[in-house]
Design a protein around this ligand. Structure first.
Ligand code: HEC
Ligand code: HEC
Length: 335
């Protein structure tokens, strides 16, 4: 029943050309109090250079695989390396509260990013997802695709005031379990709750060629692992990040206000998904040059502290966090 309702919501969302959440007119005065969660609608913009660029940015987020991915007609335009679209994770074209929104983040960057241990621009952050979530290569920073994505993100962020803490960013934090995630129970959760859309083999549901061409997307339901999914350096490959996303947003149609899974089922299903094969990104040992800032759920070495790789992958994470708190600063100065 749950699955049926979710499926029809999912299909409605996917088949609407742009997939947008609640919208407000673009011309809301900047001084008005920001509504709780409302995202300006690119379709209200005129058919001029900026309007067209913003809408192209939206297309690049929704139809990444066909515009700058493996299905792009021009091979030199194939920057993204898998069958996903940005929207596969940044739900509803990046307009969904706690669905890893892109709305609002215009005012958040440049920002310190621990992965590179430096302040990074929004362009660099987008390219982080290009190289990891999309298992591809960086877009040229001054190119028309990057400009279009930035224009779209700026436009959908315009209901937020720059410098104000951003409501609805990322996915909501979860209490971390005191036990390790259980991939065996995770398989049961997967079979009961995820396989209907993502497939028993996790490879998603690929659209037939004609439908894919129409939609500009390769998948109706994206693959969770395997060659056409994100690589092992992606944020979604981390247990805590993935559990937060899944708990707040999956099955598709779920919102953070009414999660479908228990917290422990979310961690277990992510433990199962995390144990499956996916593309490998080389050079991951160079991530998080300040090791004391490496997230406790990063799955790849080097690790500091006495914990096994398995514990970093599956938890329990609270003991690692406690150790880091007590020893992180010392580890930093010893480096
Ligand atoms: C497989 C899932 C996935 C896909 C596909 C994906 N991303 Fe991301 N993205 C994430 C996750 C997870 C985060 C948060 C990472 C973290 O917690 O470190 C993120 C973060 C971001 C951020 C920073 C958001 C913030 O709140 O700081 C931007 C910008 C971004 N992604 C852009 C993109 C763009 C553009 C694309 C397509 C080219 C894309 N992403 C594709 C998973 C994905
Ligand atoms: C009703 C169908 C449906 C169900 C059931 C469902 N999902 Fe999804 N899921 C989707 C769709 C569709 C997307 C991509 C959203 C888009 O492209 O607009 C997605 C995206 C994802 C993503 C990010 C993209 C990727 O390919 O990795 C993850 C992770 C994910 N789902 C995990 C799960 C898990 C775990 C479950 C079970 C608890 C689940 N989903 C159940 C439809 C579903």
């Amino acid at each position: 029943m749950l699955i049926r309702v979710a499926l029809s919501i999912a299909l409605a969302a996917l088949l609407s050309a742009s997939g947008r959440a609640q919208t407000v007119p673009a011309a809301a005065p900047a001084s008005a109090p920001a509504p709780t969660w409302a995202v300006p609608d690119p379709d209200t913009l005129p058919d001029d250079a900026f309007g067209r660029t913003v809408r192209r940015g939206r297309d690049l987020i929704v139809k990444t695989s066909s515009l700058i991915g493996p299905d792009a007609p021009d091979p030199t335009m194939r920057y993204s390396g898998n069958g996903l679209d940005c929207q596969s994770c940044h739900l509803q074209a990046g307009t969904q509260r706690f669905g890893l929104p892109l709305a609002g983040i215009w005012g958040v960057f440049p920002l310190y990013i621990a992965r590179e241990n430096e302040v990074r621009t929004l362009e660099e952050r987008i390219n982080g997802c290009m190289e990891r979530s999309m298992n591809g290569r960086a877009l040229p920073v001054g190119g028309s695709e990057m400009k279009a994505m930035l224009s779209y993100i700026k436009f959908i962020s315009s209901a937020e005031r720059v410098g104000k803490p951003l409501d609805g960013r990322g996915a909501p934090p979860l209490p971390l379990p005191e036990k390790a995630g259980d991939p065996r129970h995770g398989l049961e959760v997967f079979t009961a709750t995820c396989a209907a859309c993502h497939g028993a083999d996790g490879q998603g549901q690929r659209l037939a060629p004609a439908a894919a061409k129409d939609a500009g997307r390769r998948y109706l339901f994206p693959p969770l692992w395997g060659p056409d999914s994100f690589n092992d350096g992606a944020g979604m490959a981390r247990g805590i990040t993935a559990a937060q996303f899944v708990h707040a947003n999956m099955p598709l149609g779920t919102t953070f206000e009414a999660p479908a899974l228990s917290v422990s089922d979310a961690f277990d299903v992510v433990a199962y998904v995390g144990a499956q094969p996916r593309p490998h990104k080389s050079g991951l040992e160079a991530d998080f040059p300040d090791r004391s800032r490496k997230p406790v759920d990063a799955t790849y070495p080097p690790f500091i502290g006495p914990f096994s790789a398995e514990q970093h992958r599956l938890g329990p994470w609270p003991p690692i966090q406690a150790w880091m708190k007590a020893n992180g600063a010392a580890a930093r100065s010893a480096d």
